[in-house]
Design a protein around this ligand. Structure first.
Ligand SMILES: O=P(O)(O)OC[C@@H](O)[C@@H](O)c1c[nH]c2ccccc12
Length: 233
């Protein structure tokens, strides 16, 4: 049986008329620097799950983002919310590792994969009980995703190939959302910082949004999480 824990939790929230917001636990970033400021990422993840997050995303890449597979394992063990692994996955071994550390979903970045490689990793992810999220940033990548009948598709508002040093903007979602095949769950990712950004992304057609930096920079992350998820109410 295919594991659809991530999208099931997101669709459920969406059908209730709420905006599903996925917090992204990222220890540091090339643009923002240290994002933890001495806080415990596991406690932070738990507080965001308690604030109502339907899914948690954990960046496990070490060099640029300060994460690790071990961090994801510990977060997965301390909450019952499905966990999405964000990393630069290019091999089957990384998918096996993702399943082993307790991820429910995995990010596959279209920009770093050949289409055949993407197809193989999508199939392998499903076979391992992992739900693939295909991340795109261009029209061509969305068209490739549609051809592969992707069920969970992300539009990254930033260009990940620039290590998030570019100014991301929800404009990217506004420009590209209409190209995504109907039926896919569309996630708008990156540079979402206010309830207004959340509303722009959802008005453009995103079913859910993923927010890292703005939540981690907030004075009170769970309180700010709630402000974002109640945008427009
Ligand atoms: O911090 P932001 O701007 O809210 O962005 C979160 C997320 O989209 C970003 O961390 C991200 C998107 N794709 C990635 C791939 C790998 C690592 C990180 C990412």
């Amino acid at each position: 049986m295919a594991c659809t824990k991530c999208t099931t939790a997101l669709w459920t929230r969406h059908r209730l008329g709420k905006i599903p917001v996925i917090p992204d636990i990222k220890c540091k970033s090339p643009e923002a620097g240290d994002l933890l400021r001495g806080r415990d990422p596991i406690a932070l993840a738990k507080s965001l799950a308690a604030a109502g997050a339907p899914v948690l995303s954990v960046v496990t890449e070490t060099e640029h983002f300060g994460g690790s597979p071990e961090l994801l394992r510990q977060i997965a063990q301390s909450t019952s919310v499905p966990i999405l692994r964000k990393d630069f996955i290019t091999t089957r071994e990384q998918l096996h590792e993702s399943a082993e550390i307790g991820a429910s979903g995995v990010l596959l970045i279209a920009a770093i994969l050949e289409i055949e490689q993407l197809r193989e990793l999508i199939d392998e992810a499903w076979a391992l009980g992992l739900e693939p999220l295909v991340e795109t940033h261009t029209e061509a990548e969305i068209i490739a995703g549609n051809e592969l009948m992707v069920t969970f598709l992300g539009i990254n508002n930033r260009n990940i190939m620039e290590w998030e040093m570019d100014d991301g903007n929800v404009n990217t979602t506004e420009k590209l959302a209409g190209l995504v095949r109907p039926g896919a769950l569309l996630l708008s990712e990156s540079s979402i910082a206010s309830p207004d950004d959340v509303l722009r992304a959802t008005a453009a057609g995103a079913h859910a949004v993923l927010v890292g930096t703005a939540i981690l920079r907030a004075q009170n992350p769970p309180a700010f999480y709630k402000v974002l998820s109640e945008a427009g109410r």
